[in-house]
Design a protein around this ligand. Sequence first.
Ligand SMILES: *Cc1c(COP(=O)(O)O)cnc(C)c1O
Length: 263
Amino acid sequence: MPSQAKTADRYREVRSRIEDAAVRGGHSPEGIHLVAVTKNASIAQVRELIELGHGDFGEGRMQHFLQFAAQIEEFQERHRELGPSDALVPDAVRWHFIGHLQRNKVKRILPLTRLVHSVDSLRLAEEIQACPLQRETPSEVLIQVNTSGERGKYGIAPAAVTHLIDQMDTMMNIRIRGLMCMAPFGEDPEDSRRVFQRTRELFDELKSSAIIGEGFDILSMGMSNDFEVAVECGANVVRVGTSIFGPPAEPEEDAKATASSGS
Ligand SMILES: *Cc1c(COP(=O)(O)O)cnc(C)c1O
């Protein structure tokens, strides 16, 4: 199908743009992880990426997340039955929860999630801490920082991050792996640079401070419009949707297409 070929091409292009940006910023390209954001993706596109060997996917909407996670698990099962000829299909697909996480959704999301990118309050952290998991290892999370100070945006103020991390110090079921931020949406990716740089500075400060435990090493920033700037500024996780899967389908266009094909 032509649309699938496009997905693979766009995916490869995003990867090579990440590599170029890493080199420009003086970072090792191997150290940068791409999370493919599925919010506008079809399940066929997700499967195609998995067949290319891609393993990290991000979603922020509860229903979509649960539906995709279940369907992909089935797909993985079938591939496992086919055996070692499917070497390119990764054994484990890792789901990242990148959206605003409501406390009453924690119990359903957590068991399916490798990394929660969006912890931004003590109450949410407490809910995660209290969530009984079937596994021995703690839940891994990032603290979402509202570096730009935009009102109405999720994330905790930079000045409050240290205090939150301090308060989470005794939560044995949680491991804080780093920070996540979103730049305000703008036409010019250069507008994001200031926000990414500030977040990088905060990340470095925390890393060298005494309040941080081991494994604080993930800086998640950069989306379709600004992931190259983010990589230059030191992001080691970027979350890219539209540049891989294409723009969201226009409902009106769909309706028109259906109407005209019927006549
Ligand atoms: C949608 C979304 C992305 C990906 O955005 P694109 O512009 O489609 O690449 C990344 N991070 C978060 C938190 C998102 O909600």
